[in-house]
Design a binder for this molecule. Structure first.
Ligand code: GUN
Ligand code: ZN
Length: 437
C-alpha cells in the first residue's frame, strides 16, 4: 500500500452545476482535510473527523482556500509569443502574427523550450488540465506530450490538420495529416494522464476530404477528442459559407464529416443559429467559451444564457495567444463582464463551476477531475486571499464563501495562486508550509 498524506485548508468545490441547482451545488468546508493516496482523494471532510494517523505527512494550508485545479478547455501552446499582438481581428491576426510564429515549430528545440515554458505558466496560474492546440508539425505535439508527461499532468493535445489557405510552411495533406495524427494517437493517447484530440484548425483551412479524414480517425478511435474553432468572427463565418456552399450553416460543415459528438469541443461558438445550438445540445458536444480572446481580437459576445437554456456543456478557455492571459481567474472576470454586457449576471458559484467541474464535464473528464469527490485525482489550486493589498482589503470585509469567491474571481490572477498541487503533491512554486503530524 502506498503511503497516504493529508492536506488541510479551507476547501470550496462544486458538486453539480449551480446554473441548474443554485448554491446547493457548492460545498464549502471552513476547516477541511483531504487524504491522498497514490495521487487520488481517498478521504475528504471536516478536520474534526479526519485526523492524522501516526507519522502521516500533512501539507498545512490553513488560512488559504483550496479549489479544484483549473481546467482550460481551449489554448494554443505555440502561441505563447503571439500574446498581446496589436491591432487586428481574427483573419488578419492569423496571417500577420500567428502563422509566422507557428512556422517555427518544425524545430524540436523551439517546441520543447516553448512547451516547458507554457506548462510552467499554466501551473503558475493554477491550471492543471488543458485542451491544447499544437501546430501542424508532429514535432510540436511530441515535445508537448513529453513535457506534460514529465510533470505528471492530465493534458489533451493534438496536431493541427490544415491542408489549404495557410502558408506552405504550415500546410499538410489529407493523407499526411491522417497518418501523422494516427501515429501520434498510437504513441500518446491513454499514456499516463495524456489524451489525444483530432485537431482540424477550422473549416477554412481544411478541404472536405481532410475533414472526412478527421471523421475517420474519430471512428477508429472513439475515445479521442475533437478540437476545433466554430463561429468566432463574422468574416470567418462569411468565408465558410462561400467555401462550403452546400452546408446550411457553419456547424453543418463539421456535422457532414461526423465531427459533432460527445468529446467534440468547439471554441468560441459566438454567432450560432438556433439550429446550431440544438445540434450541439442533441449531439452532446461542448463549447469552450473564450471571453478574453473574444474581447482582445474583437470577435463578439458569447451567449451563456442560451447555452444554459439549450443544455449545452460549456467550459472556459483562455485561448492564448488570442487571449491575453493564462489565468482562469482572469477568464472568470471577463466571462462575468461579457454576460453583464448582455444583462445577465453569472453567479460566483457558476463561475467556479465553469473553471473547474464544468470544464471537466465539457471535456468528458469529470470522472477523473473537477472536484474533491472520493476517487478523483488530487489536482488542486491553493488560493491566497491576502496575495495583494487590494485583495486583502476587500477580503477582510467578507462574511461568507460567496463574497470571498467573487472577490478572488474578479481581482485575482497568478499572484493569488499560492501553490498548485499535482496528484496531491505541492509544486512549491511558492514555499508551501509542510510538517509531519
Ligand atoms: N481560428 C483558426 N485558428 C485560430 C487560432 O489560432 N486562434 C483563434 N482564436 N481562432 C482561430
Ligand atoms: Zn483558438
Amino acid at each position: 500500500m502506498s503511503p497516504t498524506h493529508l492536506i488541510r485548508s479551507s476547501f470550496l468545490h462544486c458538486l453539480e452545476d449551480p446554473a441548474k441547482t443554485g448554491n446547493t451545488a457548492v460545498d464549502y468546508i471552513a476547516d477541511g482535510t483531504c487524504r491522498v493516496q497514490a495521487g487520488r482523494i481517498v478521504n475528504f471532510g471536516d478536520s474534526q473527523s479526519i485526523t492524522p494517523k501516526d507519522g502521516e505527512r500533512i501539507l498545512d494550508y490553513r488560512g488559504k482556500l483550496i479549489v479544484p485545479g483549473f481546467v482550460d478547455t481551449h489554448i494554443h501552446y505555440p502561441q505563447v509569443d503571439v500574446i498581446a499582438s496589436y491591432g487586428t481581428q481574427l483573419l488578419d491576426w492569423l496571417e500577420k502574427y500567428t502563422f509566422p510564429c507557428e512556422s517555427r515549430f518544425h524545430d524540436p528545440e523551439v517546441a520543447a523550450e516553448t512547451a516547458a515554458f507554457f506548462l510552467d505558466e499554466l501551473l503558475n496560474n493554477g491550471t492543471t488540465t488543458a485542451l491544447v492546440f499544437g501546430t501542424s508539425h508532429t514535432a510540436s505535439v511530441e515535445a508537448f506530450f513529453k513535457e506534460a508527461a514529465a510533470r505528471k499532468l492530465r493534458m489533451i493535445a493534438g496536431k493541427v490538420m490544415m491542408d489549404r489557405n495557410a502558408p506552405t510552411t504550415l500546410t499538410d495533406t489529407v493523407q499526411s495529416s491522417y497518418d501523422d495524427s494516427k501515429a501520434l494517437i498510437e504513441r500518446w493517447h491513454g499514456k499516463d494522464r495524456l489524451g489525444y484530440a483530432v485537431t482540424p484548425r477550422f473549416a477554412p483551412t481544411s478541404t472536405r476530404e481532410q475533414l472526412d479524414a478527421a471523421g475517420k480517425l474519430l471512428n477508429e478511435y472513439p475515445d479521442v477528442h475533437l478540437h476545433t474553432h466554430l463561429s468566432e468572427n463574422l468574416k470567418e463565418c462569411e468565408w465558410v459559407s462561400t467555401l462550403f456552399p452546400d452546408s446550411e450553416d457553419y456547424l453543418a460543415v463539421y456535422e457532414q464529416s461526423g465531427l459533432v459528438r460527445k468529446r467534440s469541443v468547439f471554441a468560441h461558438s459566438i454567432h450560432l443559429s438556433d439550429r446550431e445550438w440544438k445540434s450541439l445540445s442533441d449531439n452532446k458536444a461542448s463549447i469552450s467559451h473564450c471571453a478574453m480572446s473574444n474581447l482582445f481580437i474583437g470577435s463578439g459576445l458569447f451567449n451563456y444564457a442560451k447555452a444554459v437554456k439549450e443544455n449545452v456543456r460549456v467550459g472556459l478557455g483562455t485561448d492564448v495567444g488570442g487571449g491575453d492571459s493564462f489565468s482562469l481567474l482572469r477568464a472568470c472576470n471577463e466571462t462575468y463582464k461579457v454576460q453583464q454586457l448582455q444583462n445577465q449576471s453569472v453567479s460566483p458559484a457558476s463561475l467556479l463551476y465553469l473553471a473547474t467541474l464544468g470544464g471537466a464535464n465539457a471535456l468528458d473528464l469529470d470522472e477523473h477531475i473537477g472536484n474533491f469527490a472520493i476517487g478523483k485525482e488530487a489536482d488542486m489550486v491553493v488560493l491566497d486571499e491576502q496575495a495583494t493589498p487590494l485583495l486583502a482589503r476587500k477580503a477582510n470585509t467578507h462574511s461568507n464563501w460567496e463574497e470571498r469567491l467573487f472577490t478572488l474571481l474578479m481581482l485575482g490572477d497568478d499572484r493569488a495562486v499560492f501553490d498548485t498541487l499535482i496528484l496531491g503533491e505541492s509544486l512549491k512554486h511558492k514555499t508551501a508550509p509542510e510538517h509531519w503530524g
